[in-house]
Design a protein around this ligand. Structure first.
Ligand code: PHE
Length: 453
């Protein structure tokens, strides 16, 4: 039965295809927009170190777990839990993933819309002649006072829907394969320009010199949440993609390669951003606008900056697109397989609903000032609740599910492709998913929200 499903559901075509698609999901605004701003707000070096520890200890095993669940069950996030543990409440973990997908897509498309505006500004030479202060003003004015941001956001969501409609192999895989490697090259170029700016050392020091006096529960929870967000784990995006992976492919090596690639790009983004932040006198704790006010300054200081800024923002928008399709796919696969909708209907229903929440996110940046919850506006609230609550909760249950509910025999068979590959670290993996990951997530969460500590 599983095999007839594969042909009906579509799947990834090649080994490079899966890695490109999963890396396409992982690498996105989380690396280039979110990592620098969250690291900046949380003191830099120590945050990076804790973030790396979270990726190694919890992130990679959980990415692998999601692949295992998805490929074994051959279903969407909800259906996978239902298939493997029929009649049990575990399927609600999958349902929580579907809800999380809506939450993330709503604010993710806001930032993707900002990126598209910056593609436009790059073409129009809109940064030319502006001082660092004026570039800050330009961004504030754009995001807070016009419907332009909403228009870009809608355009981005329509593009996302278009690619999801084209199906897994023709849409998702085709684009991811070409564009991800190009993005890497461009970030390296940016790093070179940034570290050769006068005063760049301060930025490198900030990023690589851990100052543990700044670490508290909330910093640790941020570092964990950023690991989840950046690796796309905790909501079933990689369960869904896992269900499209060919039975012959090696899940372990795919998870390791994708996690390393994702982390490498985030660190490169940090190396591109922080030297420039200090060189131009920008506050590293500036918040979600950090990248949008720092990068234009770098481009202005580069020969050929006009062209580089166009290529960079186009690629960033594409990186956002290959991530957002993986988020939308969670909802669409659920609608199609569990609610029996047509793929087309499912895609538009999901896109439209998320557009409605998304508009509120974008508008909460200034257009609708009362969308404020204490210190946070609606955008911040969704950003906060997804990475600090929903994804860690999802990850907690996914670890328990692999560790305690799925039969070890089945897990081993998936990891080794029925004995073809050796899995010398299986015991370590098992201890992590059974005990270490759930305990660490629970402790970090309770400590982070101030319940213990
Ligand atoms: N990992 C993506 C990024 O870094 C965002 C994402 C989160 C995608 C959760 C899927 C699921 O941009």
């Amino acid at each position: 039965m599983a095999d007839s499903n594969i042909s009906k559901r579509g799947g990834f075509g090649s080994k490079f295809g899966i890695i490109a698609a999963a890396a396409g999901s992982a690498i996105g605004l989380g690396n280039i927009w979110r990592f620098p701003y969250v690291a900046g707000e949380n003191g830099g070096g120590a945050f990076l170190l804790i973030n790396l520890a979270c990726i190694l200890l919890i992130g990679i095993p959980l990415m692998l777990s999601e692949f295992i669940i998805g490929r074994n069950a051959q279903r969407n996030a909800y259906g996978s839990f239902k298939n493997i543990a029929p009649g049990s409440p575990w399927r609600f973990v999958g349902l929580m993933g579907v809800v999380t997908a809506f939450v993330i897509l709503s604010f993710y498309s806001t930032v993707a819309g900002w990126t598209m505006e910056y593609v436009f500004q790059s073409f129009a030479n809109g940064f030319e002649g502006k001082s660092p202060g004026q570039l800050i003003g330009m961004f504030a004015e754009f995001k807070g006072s016009s419907w332009r941001a909403v228009t870009w956001q809608m355009l981005f969501l329509i593009l996302t829907a278009g690619i999801v409609l084209a199906g897994v192999q023709k849409g998702i895989e085709k684009y991811a394969k070409i564009l991800m490697p190009l993005l890497l090259v461009l970030i390296i170029v940016l790093c070179v320009r940034s570290v050769t700016l006068p005063g760049a050392e301060k930025g490198l020091h900030f990023l690589f010199h851990p100052d543990f006096s700044k670490v508290n529960g909330s910093v640790i929870l941020e570092a964990l949440g950023q690991a989840f967000f950046s690796l796309s784990i905790g909501m079933g995006a990689l369960i869904t993609y896992g269900s499209y992976i060919n039975k012959k492919d090696n899940l372990v090596s795919s998870a390791v390669i994708v996690s390393f690639a994702d982390t490498f790009i985030a660190i490169l983004a940090g190396v591109a951003i922080f030297p420039a932040v200090f060189a131009f006198g920008i506050n590293p704790a500036e918040g979600p606008e950090l990248v949008f006010i720092t990068l234009p300054n770098i481009f202005l200081q580069m020969p050929g900056g006009y062209f580089f800024s166009i290529i960079f923002f186009v690629l960033l928008a594409v990186a956002a697109l290959t991530s957002s399709i993986s988020i939308l796919e969670v909802v669409v696969a659920y609608f199609v397989e569990e609610l029996n909708m047509k793929r087309k209907t499912a895609t538009w229903v999901a896109t439209l609903s998320s557009a409605m929440i998304g508009i509120l996110c974008t508008a909460s940046q200034g257009l609708i000032p009362w969308l404020q919850f204490g210190e946070m506006n609606f955008f911040d609230l969704l950003d906060y609740s997804s990475s600090k609550i929903l994804l860690p909760f999802g990850g907690f249950f996914i670890a328990l599910f692999i560790g305690w509910v799925m039969k070890p025999k089945v897990v081993i068979a998936e990891m080794s492709n029925n004995g073809i590959f050796k899995i010398p670290l299986f015991k370590v993996f098992q201890i992590i998913v059974k005990f270490i990951a759930p305990a660490a997530i629970a402790l970090v969460f309770l400590y982070g929200i101030g319940v213990i500590g």
